[in-house]
Design a protein around this ligand. Structure first.
Ligand code: BGC
Length: 451
């Protein structure tokens, strides 16, 4: 059946990246080190001992990368600012050279009619702030608002959309509970405090924006719909816990002014009482919500899985990516509808969606064919269109990622780019997925029909 997949006229077609994953030269021009600078130098933390020292060298090649975005027809680009480039100690002294880099990037984007969406925090906390307790210190709400204000004042006239935090759940779970990401702690008493301070910092940046910003500010969360593996009461309860932990932990506080009850059950005596006076800050109204969607999880009760007591059941009948994430596009439609139902009708963007699949290390005859990624993008864009047809106010889609990059603890071993990067020569080659996405953009989605 050939459906009409045209998207609304003003729909944004974008791609996303983050600073530490692509920029390289993390200490150039007076930048202060981040927790990722430290973490990637800690033996055993990153596959193959990789670091972000060079990454894709976007710091020096940004202009050519913007030309590439223009050739692909992107109408928006989501990137993050490295906090330590503009405030090397995290607070106080502003580093003009660091600001100048983002200034030039924004101007280049605008010159090509590509609307910047800027993320303030994509996991690279200044190391100097980690030394003061990082996300465990309640003062971080003020530190973050101070940094946000510097960014708003220098770029705010030209940036129509701001994101406070990228995926607070990952900051807490990966950084402080399970420890696979920087700063690598593993502590159930820290995790709830980190969550609470992330929410307060988010609210403080939103307030700072309201004082002087003219455009839009929102938050990006990663959501993974949970499906019970069976109808047993144990599996159903485990699914609820997993859902509260991952999908409601940040949205319930912001939109409903409370934490899900299940968090107290999960953390037990490690769950603290937070001051009631924090809630107005956390609930500061936002203009849009960004959703990062990669996969779903079929969930069963697993008493030994600390602390949520739930585990994913692999679904061998479905394709999986190189990250071993199940490909399940229908859950993207479902999650967008769920937000509308639970939190109300609000503007949304898919701020990340994409897949790591095996790609050859270098181009063959100038081409990289990645049929699985083409298929992944097509099916997820169709699922996004389904949500719009069912009334979701979805305003844009950002493929993750523009470029193959430093995939955190996996180093350069997992390729998510629609543009291939040869990590020996740093040469860029648009993959067939980039060419396909370009066609989709040029046809406003019509190219999603057929096949
Ligand atoms: C993050 C990206 C990451 C991607 C793939 C998201 O959680 O925002 O930084 O590269 O997932 O793992």
């Amino acid at each position: 059946m050939n459906r009409d997949y045209r998207f609304p006229d003003r729909f944004l077609w974008g791609a996303a990246t983050s600073a530490y994953q692509i920029e390289g030269s993390p200490l150039a021009d007076g930048a202060g080190p981040s927790i990722w600078e430290r973490f990637s130098r800690t033996p055993g933390r990153i596959a193959n001992g990789d670091t972000g020292d060079i990454a894709t060298d976007h710091y020096h090649r940004f202009s050519a990368d913007v030309d590439l975005m223009h050739e692909l027809g992107l109408t928006s680009y989501r990137f993050s600012i490295a906090w330590g480039r503009i405030l090397p100690e995290g607070t106080g002294r502003v580093n003009a050279a660091g600001l100048a880099f983002y200034d030039r990037l924004v101007d280049d984007l605008l010159a090509k009619n590509i609307a910047p969406m800027v993320t303030l925090y994509h996991w690279d906390l200044p190391a100097a702030l980690d030394d003061r307790g990082g996300w465990l210190n309640r003062d971080i709400a003020n530190w973050f608002a101070e940094y946000a204000q510097v960014a708003f004042r220098s770029l705010g006239d030209r940036v129509p959309r701001w994101v406070t935090l990228n995926e607070p759940w990952v900051v807490m779970d990966g950084g402080y509970l399970h420890g696979g990401l920087a700063p690598g702690h593993r502590n159930a008493y820290e995790a709830p405090n980190v969550t609470h301070n992330l929410l307060r910092a988010h609210g403080a940046a939103v307030r700072a924006y309201r004082a002087e910003g003219k455009h839009e500010i929102g938050l990006v969360v990663n959501l993974e719909p949970k499906y019970p593996a069976s109808h047993s009461p144990e599996d159903e309860a485990a699914t609820q816990r997993a859902d509260a932990y991952m999908n409601r932990q940040y949205l319930d506080p912001i939109f409903r002014g409370e934490y899900p009850d299940e968090l107290r059950e999960i953390f037990g005596s490690a769950w603290p009482e937070f001051p009631a006076s924090d809630w107005p800050l956390i609930q500061a109204p936002i203009d849009f919500l960004g959703i990062n969607y990669y996969s779903r999880s079929v969930t069963q009760c697993a008493p030994n899985e600390w602390p949520v007591r739930a585990a994913r059941v692999r679904q061998p009948q479905h394709a999986h990516t190189e990250m071993d994430w199940e490909v399940f596009p229908a859950a993207l439609t479902r999650v967008l509808l769920w937000i509308k139902e639970r939190y109300g009708d609000r503007p949304m963007y898919i701020t990340e969606n994409g897949a790591a699949f095996y790609d050859p290390p270098h181009a063959i005859d100038g081409r990289i064919e990645d049929p699985l990624r083409v298929w992944y993008l097509r099916e997820h864009l169709r699922a996004a269109h389904d949500a719009i047809r069912q009334g979701v106010d979805l305003r844009g889609y950002f493929a993750w990622s523009l470029l193959d990059n430093f995939e955190w603890s996996h180093g350069y071993a997992k390729r998510f780019g629609i543009v291939h990067v040869n990590f020996n020569t740093l040469e860029r080659t648009p993959k067939s997925s980039a060419r396909f996405y370009s066609e989709v953009i040029r046809s406003h989605g019509a190219a999603l029909a057929g096949a």
